[in-house]
Write a protein that binds this ligand. Structure first.
Ligand code: NDP
Length: 439
């Protein structure tokens, strides 16, 4: 038996991406050592040194080689290189496995669909996607999911759902769907690691990914003081001034959370009114009164300055009291200024993960949200392509709640059940007709 390479993961407490990394190696049956850097300055210094200055957890090493954080690890998984490094690659006779149902995504929508489809004997294969567990794994406390009067942590809710789905026969697999070929039936579903399946039905529950701004400094400093996940990375910048960009619920929640660590949290929002619900705005205003948060309205970020060695040093901001200052750069009223912060957190919404459905004929809007039938009767989650269904944040740009995603996931599984029954009936009557014609 070949020897497994040594896998080491630097982690910290309350770190959803660390859990994702561990889950990934667990799912491959790979053993690893973990070092928790929380509260251990020496270990933290060791991690930063080995990780060439990166200050975010997890940091993954295989046989002493720096793989990087979750993004880098997931990218290697996507191309199949992670398995190569782990010595898991077989000679790869590319056998095509057939499944009744493939579900894309293990967020709340995908997992609820998996629970229902498992109970319905539809033998679902659930492909985890590049953010296993979905966005709820990045949330500390879910206080509005019915049935949990004390609240529940996002990762706990997701893990409970995974267990429940597995109990009913769902199979969960790490991987990312690259394409669905709808010109052939069953559908041909290809993963980025080269695995291929055929499937009678597909539920797209692949959620949405954090948006970025595309400003100078962003690519270089992502993971070095710039982050899209305050709950994951906030604690690394203890005592710094921090900037949160955005004006929705996520921005308010993250800013409130960051007050635990920051000297001062600044919120930069591009217009006068917050999009966030009043509950969050009120909580932020309480922190403003306490001097822990400062709000900068009609302000946008145009550049992030710093280095991978030293992290974020300062940012360039523009402000115009009419709002949307980057649309008014030539306006003499637009004020550009440098602002010192040690960390920046984006909370500017998400983009649906629907690229793999391009070419199937499923209708999407300009942003890539999938269109489903909706309406009040059955079949609400059907797309324009019979056999492809949509649920959760890939469809819903409006409600985007865990509980609405769960509701759509259950609807999708019930719609699939009906679709598969119709398909079976059509196939058996075609066989009967063919047999009668032969007689
Ligand atoms: P939203 O789309 O609600 O808000 C995004 C914010 O980012 C908006 O204020 C928007 O500005 C701003 N923004 C978008 N693009 C840019 C840009 N290019 N430059 C500057 N600013 C930009 O996303 P959220 O992630 O906040 O929330 C998504 C959903 O999740 C919502 O339904 C929300 O209710 C829910 N949620 C609930 C939470 C809770 O209750 N615990 C926590 C987090 C999210 P503008 O307003 O001008 O469009």
């Amino acid at each position: 038996m070949s020897e497994q390479p040594r896998v080491e993961i630097y982690t910290k407490t309350q770190c959803p991406y660390c859990e994702k990394a561990k889950d990934l190696f667990d799912s491959k049956g790979v053993e690893y050592e973990t070092y928790n850097v929380t509260g251990d300055d020496d270990l933290f210094e060791e991690m930063v040194e080995r990780a060439e200055g990166r200050k975010t957890a997890p940091e993954v090493f295989i046989d002493d080689e720096l793989i990087g954080g979750w993004d880098q690890t997931a990218a290697l998984e996507e191309t199949g290189e992670l398995d190569e490094k782990l010595g898991l690659v077989t000679d790869g006779g590319s056998e095509v496995e057939h499944r009744k149902l493939i579900i894309a995504g293990t967020g709340i929508a995908g997992l609820t669909a998996a629970i229902y489809a498992g109970r319905g004997d539809n033998d679902p294969l659930v492909i985890e996607g590049d953010e296993p567990g979905g966005q709820l794994t990045l949330t500390t406390d879910v206080a509005n999911y019915p049935g949990f009067p004390e609240g529940i942590s996002g990762p706990d809710l997701v893990n409970n759902m995974k267990e429940q789905a597995k109990q009913f026969g769902a199979e969960l697999k790490n991987g990312i769907i690259e394409s669905v070929d709808a010109d052939q039936r069953p559908f041909r579903v290809e993963l980025t690691n080269g695995d291929v399946y055929t499937a009678d039905a597909v539920i797209a529950a692949s959620g949405a990914s954090a948006r970025t701004l595309g400003v100078p400094g962003e690519d270089e400093l992502m993971g070095y003081g710039l982050s899209t996940c305050a709950t994951c990375d906030g604690a690394f910048f203890r005592g710094e001034d921090m900037l949160v960009v955005g004006g929705g619920d996520a921005a308010m929640e993250e800013a409130t959370f960051l007050t635990k660590f920051a000297d001062t949290v600044y919120i930069a929002h591009r217009r006068e009114e917050f999009r966030a619900e009043q509950y969050w705005v009120d909580r932020v205003h309480e922190k403003v009164e306490d001097g822990e948060i400062e709000i900068m309205k009609n302000t946008e970020l145009t550049e992030i300055h710093g280095s991978q060695e030293e992290g974020v040093d300062h940012v360039t901001l523009v402000e115009n009291e009419q709002g949307h200052p980057t649309d008014r750069l030539d306006d003499p009223e637009t004020n550009e200024f440098e602002f010192d912060v040690g960390a920046v957190f984006y909370a500017i919404g998400h983009t649906p993960n629907t690229d793999y459905l391009e070419g199937t004929g499923a209708t999407m809007d300009d942003e890539g949200y999938l269109r489903t039938q909706g309406g009040s009767g059955g079949g609400q989650t059907e797309t324009d392509v019979p056999g492809i269904f949509g649920a959760g944040d890939v469809v819903d740009y409006h409600y985007q709640q865990a509980v609405t995603a769960a509701g759509m996931g259950s609807k999708a599984a019930l719609d699939v059940d009906e679709y598969l029954e119709d398909l079976e009936r059509a196939e058996s009557s075609a066989e009967t007709e063919a047999a009668a014609a032969d007689d």
